[in-house]
Design a protein around this ligand. Structure first.
Ligand SMILES: [Mn+2]
Length: 443
């Protein structure tokens, strides 16, 4: 782990401790391996909130933070700690089969977290008089309820004893506080996201040139994933959507198993993950390299919404106002072209919202909109959002002429909100119809 990354995670723990306040103790669990079938597991992915605070990617771990300090007594001695990471024990046989384990004694040196312990020690924190010392206990419930292996035993014993050891404590979920933090990206995070976006942009550039009628959707997917991997990404940010023709109108289509047909559009919604940070791009290409008149009409309306909304982005702008603008551009465009007679029906054909925050999660786990607690509808410098208007006309769309049926278009970019404006992190990927046709060779 680089010094810069170590410093980033430390700064997150410091800020989180401030938000917790001196009367709180927090235990944040990492993920545990999930069984797929018999003795096979799903690929392990660390909990993003846990990763945000630690950068640690092994299963079976927990971070304990208390701004006022918590006690761990071993034998007669007891000591005060402010942060500690609990990890799985070193175990030569397990490491031979499944890979090296960090071990508690390397926590400080490798991760920069003050203290390391083995997981069994966690029971001392959970059951000791520690708990009585605090007013509030912050946990990450969503991860807790899915814990397996040794962590499951530790935590179920704790939950079973709560009534006895903590009749007087407030138990709170940590995800809101962490979401508030995660909505504004630091410089380190922005650099990571730029790398994720660059990898995706280059993969799309390579892939778009290879699209041909008769190819299968999964071949397009395989090319993207190959490019992601050889350029430093170890995972998709989400299951790629490679949808030819009508399937573009199924928003989360990911079967990707059909043959691409001459004359159809191909909607690709995919993104690489880079060191746990996500990117998310959608482009819509003509399978044969040339847009038909009807396809271009729809495409240019969506492109206008994409470009006009991006142009408006700066701190202080309301995201909901951009959503309204996008809807208006789509409705006006369709109306003027005589494609949609009743503008009020626009939502029936635009289907989804304008975009979402993106970061460690593709749909980032941050608060959206305006709540009684804060106004997250108003954009701030450091937010990263997608802008992804779309129009979808599946066969049988009653209000739409038949020649538009089967057309689905979405165009999505990832935008960093900056002081005074924005930066389009996926700007390097063309989206004008002329540019696309030129690169694809207008076959
Ligand atoms: Mn998206």
């Amino acid at each position: 782990m680089t010094k810069e990354q170590k410093e980033f995670h430390r700064s997150r723990r410091v800020r989180y401790a401030e938000l917790l306040g001196k009367d709180s103790l927090s235990i944040i669990f990492g993920n545990t391996a999930r069984n797929k079938s018999y003795d096979g597991s799903y690929d392990f992915k660390q909990s993003k909130n846990f990763y945000y605070l630690t950068g640690f990617t092994e299963p079976n771990a927990a971070l304990v933070i208390a701004p006022s300090g918590f006690e761990i007594n071993s034998g007669k001695k007891s000591k005060i700690f402010h942060e500690a990471l609990f990890v799985q024990k070193k175990d030569q046989m397990m490491e031979t089969w499944n890979g090296k384990r960090l071990g508690y004694s390397n926590v400080k040196r490798v991760l920069g977290i003050d203290h390391g312990f083995v997981n069994e020690e966690l029971t001392k924190i959970l059951s000791s008089r520690n708990i009585y010392n605090f007013r509030r206990l912050y946990l990450n419930f969503a991860e807790m309820i899915t814990l397996g292996s040794e962590m499951k035993g530790i935590i179920s014993g704790f939950l079973n004893s709560l009534n006895v050891i903590a009749p007087n404590i407030e138990i709170a979920d940590a995800s809101f506080l962490l979401g508030v933090m995660r909505s504004v990206k630091t410089k380190y995070e922005i650099d990571e996201m730029k790398k994720a976006c660059d990898i995706s942009v280059n993969a799309y550039k390579d892939t778009m040139k290879k699209i041909r009628p008769g190819m299968y959707e999964y071949e397009v997917q395989a090319n993207l994933e190959y490019q992601y991997m050889v350029n430093g990404s170890s995972d998709n940010a989400y299951s790629p959507i490679v949808a030819g023709g009508e399937d573009a109108c199924i928003l989360h289509y990911d079967s990707n198993n059909k043959k691409l047909r001459n004359g159809d559009l191909l909607l690709i919604d995919s993104g690489a993950e880079y060191e746990y940070y996500c990117s998310d791009i959608t482009r819509t290409y003509p399978v044969n390299g040339k847009f038909s008149k009807e396809q271009k009409e729809i495409y240019d309306i969506v492109l206008k919404a994409n470009k006009e909304c991006i142009k408006k982005i700066k701190p202080g702008i309301k995201f909901s106002s951009l959503r309204d603008l996008s809807e208006k551009i789509l409705a006006d465009g369709l109306y003027k072209a005589g494609i949609l007679k009743n503008k009020k029906l626009i939502r029936k054909y635009s289907l989804h919202g304008l975009g979402h925050h993106i970061g460690l999660d593709t749909h980032d786990a941050v608060s959206y909109g305006k709540t009684v607690y804060e106004d997250n509808d108003t954009l701030r410098a450091g937010n990263v959002l997608t802008i992804e208007p779309g129009l979808y006309f599946p066969s049988g769309s009653k209000d739409i002429a038949k020649k538009y049926w089967g057309i689905g278009v979405r165009i999505e970019d990832d935008i960093l909100v900056k002081r005074g404006g924005f930066e389009n992190l996926t700007e390097g990927l063309v989206k004008e119809t002329g540019e696309i046709e030129e690169i694809m060779g207008g076959r």
